[in-house]
Write a protein that binds this ligand. Structure first.
Ligand SMILES: NC(=O)c1ccc[n+]([C@@H]2O[C@H](COP(=O)([O-])OP(=O)(O)OC[C@H]3O[C@@H](n4cnc5c(N)ncnc54)[C@H](O)[C@@H]3O)[C@@H](O)[C@H]2O)c1
Ligand SMILES: [Zn+2]
Length: 380
C-alpha cells in the first residue's frame, strides 16, 4: 500500500511511519512542521534517515498544510489510504486560540474531505485520530442509580476542594468505571470539540461516499519523541521536561485524578489494525489500556525513576474544563480488531525516561500556566 500520513512528522505519526515502512508499505508524510511541536524545525523521522540525511527509499516527507487544498491534493495523488493525524493538540491553548484550533483541526479536515468527495482519488481507507477528550467526564457507577454520566464539576464544588464528581441524580459519591464508546459525548474544550468534529466529519463523508473509515479515540499517549518543549501536550512529557530542568512537576487538584496512559507502541498497533481490518470500517474505537492511573502517581514515579529529588508540587488549583476520571473500556477494539495493550506503565515510563535523558528540554510550562491563570482558566 501507499499510505499518506497527515501530521506524520509528529510524535505518533513518526512511529506509525516507522512501522508501516518496516511492513514494506510506501509512506508519504504530509506535515507543516508546526513550530510549537518541532522547535528545532526538524521532523521526528530521524530513525528513517540514511547517514547523509536523506529519507530511506519508500519514505517521503512533503511539507504542507492540510488547510491548503492544492498542497494536500498533490500529496493525496496515488495513495491507497490516509491516516489523518494532523492537528493542533493543546487543550488549554485551544480555550483562547479558538480560530487557530478550529481552523487547523476542523477546517483542515473539511479540506481533506472535500478532496475525497470530489472523487478524483484512489483512497480506499481512512483512519482518523480522535480523542478521549470528547467524552468529558468518564462513566461512573452510583450505588443507588447505576451507570451515570456526570457533567463537569461546578465552580463552587471545585473551589471548596471537593474534587470527586457526584451523582447527577442523587448527589451521592460515585465510583469511576471504564468508559465505553457508547457514552454520550460531552467535549469540554475547543480542542475536544474539534476532535469530535474530525471524527464525525470523517465518518459522515466516509459513509456517504463509501470510503471505509475508522476513528480511533486515543487516551493519554506517552513515550519517546513527544514534544517536550511544547507546554500544551501530554502530562508525562510536561512532567519529565520539568524534572529534567530540576523543577517540580506541577499537579493540579490533589493529584488523585486518573487517566488511561497508553504507550505510543500500542497506539501504533491500533492504527495498523484499523488500517488493515475491514471490521474497523465505519466504527469508532477506544484505544487505551483499560487501567486508570493517578496523575500524582505519574509525577512521583517519574521523579523516582529519573532519580531527581524534587517532589511534585500539589497545587490544589484547578483548570477550567478538567475532568476527574476517564479510562477506556477496550472491549470493543479487543473483540473486533484483536487489539491487546502490550506495554506496562512501568516499562513504558522507563522507555520515556531513557529518551528524555538524552534531550534538552526548554521548560515553557510556567509561561503556559500563567497564560491560563491570567485568562481565568486556572483557578484556586
Ligand atoms: N498525544 C496524545 O495524548 C493524544 C491523545 C488523543 C489524541 N491525539 C491525537 O493524535 C494525533 C497525533 O498527535 P501527536 O501527539 O502525535 O501530536 P504532534 O503534535 O506530535 O503531531 C501532530 C503533527 O501534526 C502536524 N500539524 C499540525 N497542524 C498541521 C496542519 N495544519 N497541516 C499539516 N500538519 C499539521 C504537526 O506539525 C505535528 O507534526 C492528533 O490528531 C491528536 O489530536 C493525541
Ligand atoms: Zn445516584
Amino acid at each position: 500500500m501507499k499510505v499518506l500520513i497527515t501530521g506524520g512528522a509528529g510524535f505518533v505519526g513518526s512511529f506509525v511511519c516507522e512501522q508501516l515502512h518496516a511492513q514494506g508499505h510506501e509512506v508519504r508524510v504530509f506535515d507543516n512542521l508546526e513550530p510549537q511541536v518541532h522547535a528545532s524545525g526538524q521532523s521526528n523521522l530521524q530513525s528513517l534517515m540514511r547517514p547523509g540525511g536523506d529519507l530511506r527509499a519508500g519514505v517521503e516527507l512533503v511539507w504542507g498544510d492540510v488547510r491548503n487544498r492544492h498542497q494536500l491534493e498533490a500529496a493525496m495523488r496515488g495513495v491507497d489510504a490516509i491516516i489523518h493525524l494532523a492537528a493542533q493538540v493543546g487543550v488549554g491553548q485551544s480555550m483562547y486560540e479558538i480560530t487557530r484550533y478550529v481552523d487547523h483541526n476542523t477546517v483542515g479536515t473539511a479540506v481533506l474531505l472535500e478532496l475525497l468527495a470530489a472523487r478524483q482519488h484512489t483512497v480506499r481507507k481512512v483512519v482518523v485520530a480522535s480523542s478521549m477528550s470528547i467524552y468529558g467526564e468518564g462513566a461512573y457507577d452510583c450505588v443507588g442509580c447505576g451507570e451515570v454520566y456526570p457533567m463537569l464539576r461546578s465552580l463552587s464544588q471545585m473551589r471548596s476542594g471537593d474534587w470527586e464528581p457526584r451523582c447527577p441524580r442523587c448527589s451521592e459519591p460515585l465510583i469511576p468505571k471504564p468508559t465505553p464508546e457508547t457514552k454520550p459525548l460531552l467535549p469540554t474544550s475547543i480542542y475536544a470539540v474539534t476532535k469530535r468534529d474530525q471524527e464525525e466529519m470523517c465518518l459522515s463523508i466516509g459513509r456517504a461516499y463509501d470510503i471505509p473509515t475508522a476513528a480511533l479515540r486515543f487516551f493519554n499517549i506517552y513515550g519517546s519523541r513527544q514534544a517536550l518543549s511544547n507546554p500544551y501536550t501530554g502530562v508525562a512529557a510536561i512532567f519529565s521536561s520539568r524534572l529534567l530542568n530540576r523543577r517540580s512537576p506541577v499537579v493540579f487538584e490533589d493529584g488523585g485524578q486518573t487517566r488511561d496512559f497508553v504507550h505510543v507502541t500500542d497506539i501504533v498497533q491500533a492504527v495498523l489494525l484499523a488500517l488493515h481490518k475491514d471490521e474497523a470500517n465505519f466504527e469508532v474505537f477506544n484505544v487505551g489500556t483499560g487501567q486508570p492511573t493517578s496523575i500524582g502517581y505519574v509525577a512521583e514515579l517519574l521523579g523516582r525513576k529519573m532519580q531527581i529529588d524534587v517532589p511534585p508540587q500539589i497545587e490544589n488549583t484547578f483548570r477550567e474544563g478538567d475532568i476527574r476520571h476517564c479510562y477506556a473500556d477496550i472491549q470493543k477494539i479487543r473483540n473486533m480488531l484483536g487489539f491487546e495493550p502490550t506495554v506496562r506503565l512501568d516499562d513504558g515510563i522507563d522507555e520515556l525516561i531513557g529518551w528524555v535523558s538524552s534531550q534538552t528540554a526548554d521548560d515553557r510550562f510556567e509561561l503556559a500556566a500563567s497564560e491560563l491563570k491570567q485568562r481565568g482558566l486556572a483557578r484556586c
